[in-house]
Write a protein that binds this ligand. Structure first.
Ligand code: HEC
Length: 219
């Protein structure tokens, strides 16, 4: 309790002076842990406490971010099983075998409901409409103005295209259509597919397309 007997002004003045450094440095750190937490920082490493390890070591560490690219094959964890399913790698290869298998084995985790169709339309209007056209007839502006070969109509030759093949094509691209995997995550791809299915049915919410057999085998 010695300190309490000093004049508060003297104590304060001493503290202020002690925290000044001649070279405009940060001054004395009373609790260095508060500046440089012992936990690993994801993006910025402040370096080990220079008071204990020396400025050289701290400087070297400050230039090395602690975040690292995840090892190949790492699967992000999610507590929600529905979301976790999206984190698994896409198992089908980018060739006709993979395309055929996706058509037979791959099904949407998202139900064909009006709500999902409406959500899919928002994505479709931004990413697909300019080529495929508002009704999916293959008459978007890119075709009309750019003179590019039209994609086939969803409600025509692609009427029976299974959703797994749609996912495969959106993921890898096909012919003149580039991959959209960089623009749309898996959930968004399945969501836009609900709208493509709606257009396949001629803009109706019927449960199934007229002939459920895949007439587009390995095309
Ligand atoms: C740059 C123009 C372009 C854009 C943008 C585009 N497509 Fe396509 N799409 C095409 C063309 C061209 C084809 C025909 C590919 C072929 O069969 O060679 C096609 C084919 C398809 C098919 C049929 C795939 C198959 O397996 O036969 C589907 C489904 C499809 N597109 C959906 C979409 C969706 C959904 C989007 C938006 C996320 C989209 N496309 C964006 C041009 C485009």
């Amino acid at each position: 309790m010695l300190i309490m007997k000093q004049s508060p002004i003297i104590v304060l003045g001493a503290a202020l002076l002690a925290s000044c450094a001649a070279d405009n440095g940060p001054g004395i750190e009373y609790m260095p842990d508060m500046y440089r937490g012992p936990a690993v920082e994801a993006y910025v490493d402040y370096g080990q406490d220079p008071y204990y390890f020396g400025e050289d070591k701290a400087q070297e560490q400050r230039n090395t971010p602690s975040a690292r690219t995840a090892p190949v094959g790492t699967i992000p964890w999610s507590a929600d099983p529905a979301m976790a399913a999206y984190n698994f790698p896409y198992p089908y290869t980018n060739d006709t075998t993979g395309y055929g298998r996706a058509g037979r084995e791959l099904f949407s985790p998202i139900p064909f409901t009006q709500e999902n169709v409406d959500k899919g339309k928002i994505i479709y209007d931004k990413f697909c409409l300019h080529c495929h056209g508002a009704k999916g007839d293959g008459d978007g502006k890119v075709v009309e103005v750019g003179g590019h070969p039209p994609p086939t109509a969803y409600n025509g030759p692609l009427k029976n295209l299974p959703e797994g093949k749609m996912f495969h094509t959106i993921t890898y691209g096909k012919g003149m259509m580039g991959s959209h995997a960089g623009q749309l995550d898996k959930e968004e791809r399945w969501t836009v597919i609900q709208y493509v299915k709606y257009l396949q049915r001629g803009g109706k919410m019927t449960d199934a397309v007229e002939a459920p057999v895949d007439s587009t085998a390995n095309k």
